[in-house]
Design a protein around this ligand. Structure first.
Ligand SMILES: Cc1cc2nc3c(=O)[nH]c(=O)nc-3n(C[C@H](O)[C@H](O)[C@H](O)COP(=O)(O)OP(=O)(O)OC[C@H]3O[C@@H](n4cnc5c(N)ncnc54)[C@H](O)[C@@H]3O)c2cc1C
Length: 643
């Protein structure tokens, strides 16, 4: 049943074959305008192009709408320009003479709108003639080679960005259109072509790939309600402006054995989810990236291995959804928090913005991401330990690393610290930073024969700590728990003893872990602090993922923050290009996006370590869905739509 959604359909729509009467055509125009334009495209335009114009503080702008129909979207743009006191010039391009005329007829109150007859595959305009070039519900009428050519033409004629709005090939949209739609829509053309146009349309990764084939840069594909995808890309070529001229520094670089010069645009230290995802975003947009990782992948990693539902959007954008699914993760539909006395409260995964979280080992997840980074053209060094930044005063010029017993230097205008809680580059910059003693220790192990509920992540609170148990791929369970270092010392630093004597003080944990058998070695890690560090601690250096901020693990959102901050850094880099602006913009955007959720999570953690407070919290949560909902919201991005 779902097979027809796997690949685009190439069946022709009646509108493409001419299989309609003039009456049917006239009749369908009104209905079509309503369905296609006002239901989704005007909304998508307002959510993407208009904020872009505002963020660039443009007092006037021009738009070319390719395949403009009768010009509705140009009139939406003209109306917005009037309302916001901006100058505007809009041109609609149509192949068909009648349609080109109808743009002028319908826009009688808008002298700023004109129309031109022409071919989208060979736009009759000069390079960079319009600020923005857009098209809507247009590309699905073409085959891939033609779309690539259209995108190239749009990018040639645009000065700033291009925007492509089209349908998402989504079974739900198709189902709704062919059931509810039939009740509302009477016109034969609309019924047939509307349903077929969903099947002819795109998945996110297909649009991304087409944009890459067209050589576009700074590519973004966003989903918009209802069932729309918006592809936007820069019309400019990549070129990151360094803060300083690299040649000035060549004489300062130490040994002649070191590799010299600006080898890369961006160097990323650490190939966890933050580092790999940032690398993928950048490389796909033509940026030369070096990704340095001290371990050889696949490698086990201490983590709860609960991939929150929001991460699936990131998987899709990064082009790794299929590979992740192929690894056979467990769908986790709820998280159940158990107080030590056995009271519990359940949070459905759907509250986080998706049907299910995923249980998948970090060995698999991180390996898939790293392989994808290579595929996208990232240069990867595995088994290479970054030791320190290359510095000139407070300017970071790259990294010094050790590989196969040799020390090397690599240089770039921008370096990103994605080394997780190690924060190796930021730490080296602040050599005088007082070291506090590790207050907490975490352990992790893979187990068989537990009694954890099959599609749930269970969280257990106990004195001075908490832990999580859930199923990952291959029917194995991951147990990960945190406990005060003091307690670990008291229990001879033996994880098995800590598990039996402390974790299993929680009644539910005692039941689920009673017959558990170990399937892997224990991993452990200690750390001294939670919370945020500086997003740009030196000139030419950004921090992402745990290097920028370590959020409390029971929120299950550390990996999400890694993906979000990697994406944010890439977005800012691609948009601004100039190192100095990138540092300032990234720091400001980071604080705005993450600070409040870090604060709330900090408060929740303090409660989590006090069994009475944790018990009280669970009681409050189980009594009030509204309270539960607010707490969940507070640990996530404000843009999430929760019930
Ligand atoms: C106990 C515990 C449980 C957790 N459970 C969850 C959970 O269930 N769900 C969730 O979403 N989050 C969880 N987290 C948080 C999550 O693990 C992190 O937020 C996430 O891994 C951060 O990703 P990252 O890419 O920033 O760093 P990391 O994943 O730590 O990756 C950093 C990478 O840098 C490499 N590296 C380090 N030093 C160097 C160096 N000097 N040179 C080169 N490479 C280096 C490392 O080898 C590593 O591969 C948990 C964390 C802890 C401590």
């Amino acid at each position: 049943m779902f097979d027809k959604f796997k690949r685009r359909s190439y069946k022709l729509e009646y509108i493409d074959t001419g299989n309609y009467t003039p009456e049917e055509y006239e009749d369908c125009i009104g209905e079509l305008q309503f369905v296609n334009r006002w239901m989704g495209d005007a909304h998508s335009l307002k959510a993407t192009l208009f904020p872009e114009i505002e963020s660039n503080s443009l007092r006037s702008f021009s738009i070319l709408d390719v395949g403009a129909g009768s010009g509705e979207l140009l009139r939406v743009a003209a109306t917005w320009a009037r309302e916001t006191n901006r100058g505007f010039r809009g041109v609609g391009l149509e192949l068909n003479e009648r349609s080109a005329e109808s743009i002028i007829e319908e826009s009688s109150g808008f002298p700023e709108i004109g129309s031109v007859r022409g071919d989208a595959l060979k736009l009759p305009f000069h390079d960079s003639e319009f600020d923005y070039v857009m098209c809507s519900l247009f590309t699905h009428h073409f085959v891939e080679e033609q779309i690539v050519q259209i995108l190239r033409e749009m990018s040639r004629v645009a000065k700033r960005r291009i925007f492509v709005i089209d349908l998402h090939r989504d079974p739900i949209a198709y189902f709704l259109y062919t059931t509810l739609g039939k009740l509302i829509l009477k016109n034969r053309l609309i019924r047939h072509d509307g349903a077929l146009s969903i099947l002819r349309s795109f998945k996110t990764e297909e649009l991304l790939e087409l944009a890459q084939r067209a050589g576009l840069t700074d590519i973004w594909v966003e989903r918009h309600f209802p069932s729309r995808l918006v592809l936007s890309a820069s019309a400019r070529k990549p070129d990151i402006k360094p803060r300083v001229n690299a040649d000035e520094h060549k004489s300062d670089l130490r040994s002649s054995a070191f590799i010299r010069g600006l080898n890369f645009d961006v160097i990323i230290a650490g190939a966890g989810p933050a580092g790999s995802s940032a690398a993928i975003h950048l490389a796909r947009n033509g940026i030369r990236v070096l990704l340095v990782e001290q371990k050889k992948f696949p490698r086990a990693k201490l983590c709860g291995e609960f991939i929150s539902p929001e991460c699936r959007r990131h998987f899709e954008n990064l082009g790794v959804s299929q590979a992740m699914t192929a690894a056979g993760p467990t769908a986790l539909v709820e998280t159940v928090f158990y107080s030590s006395r056995g009271h519990h409260v359940t949070i459905p995964s759907s509250w986080f913005g998706g049907p299910a979280a995923l249980g998948l080992s970090r060995a698999v997840m991180d390996d898939v991401l790293l392989r994808r980074a290579r595929e996208c053209g990232v240069s990867v060094l595995e088994g290479a330990t970054v030791n320190e930044p290359v510095l000139k005063g407070r300017d970071v010029l790259g990294v010094r690393l050790r590989i196969d017993g040799q020390e090397r230097e690599y240089h770039a205008p921008l370096t990103i610290d994605a080394t997780g809680r190690a924060r190796i580059l930021s730490r080296k910059l602040n050599a005088g930073e007082p070291k506090s003693r590790a207050g907490l220790i975490a352990f992790k192990v893979h187990l068989r024969n537990t009694r954890v509920a099959p599609n749930a992540c269970e969280i257990y609170f106990y004195p001075e700590g908490y832990g999580g148990l859930s199923t990952i791929e291959g029917d194995i369970c991951n147990l990960c728990f945190i406990i005060s270092a003091e307690q670990v010392r008291r229990h001879h630093s033996d994880p098995e003893t800590v598990m039996r004597e402390l974790v299993m003080k929680n009644r539910r944990a005692a039941y689920t872990l009673e017959h558990a058998e170990r399937e892997s070695e224990w991993l452990s890690a200690s750390w001294e602090r939670f919370g945020r560090q500086r997003p740009s601690p030196a000139n030419g250096l950004l921090t992402i993922g745990d290097s920028a901020a370590f959020i409390d693990p029971f929120t299950g959102s550390g990996m999400l923050m890694a993906f979000e901050s990697g994406e944010l850094a890439a977005h800012v880099i691609l948009r601004h290009r100039d190192t100095q602006t990138v540092e300032a913009q990234y720091a400001a955007a980071y604080v705005q996006k993450f600070d409040s959720r870090l604060r709330i999570s900090g408060l929740l953690r303090r409660a989590a370590f006090k069994p009475r407070l944790a018990g009280l919290g669970i009681a409050l949560c189980s009594g009030s869905e509204q309270f539960r909902n607010r707490l969940v919201r507070a640990t996530r991005s404000p843009s999430l739509e929760l019930p």
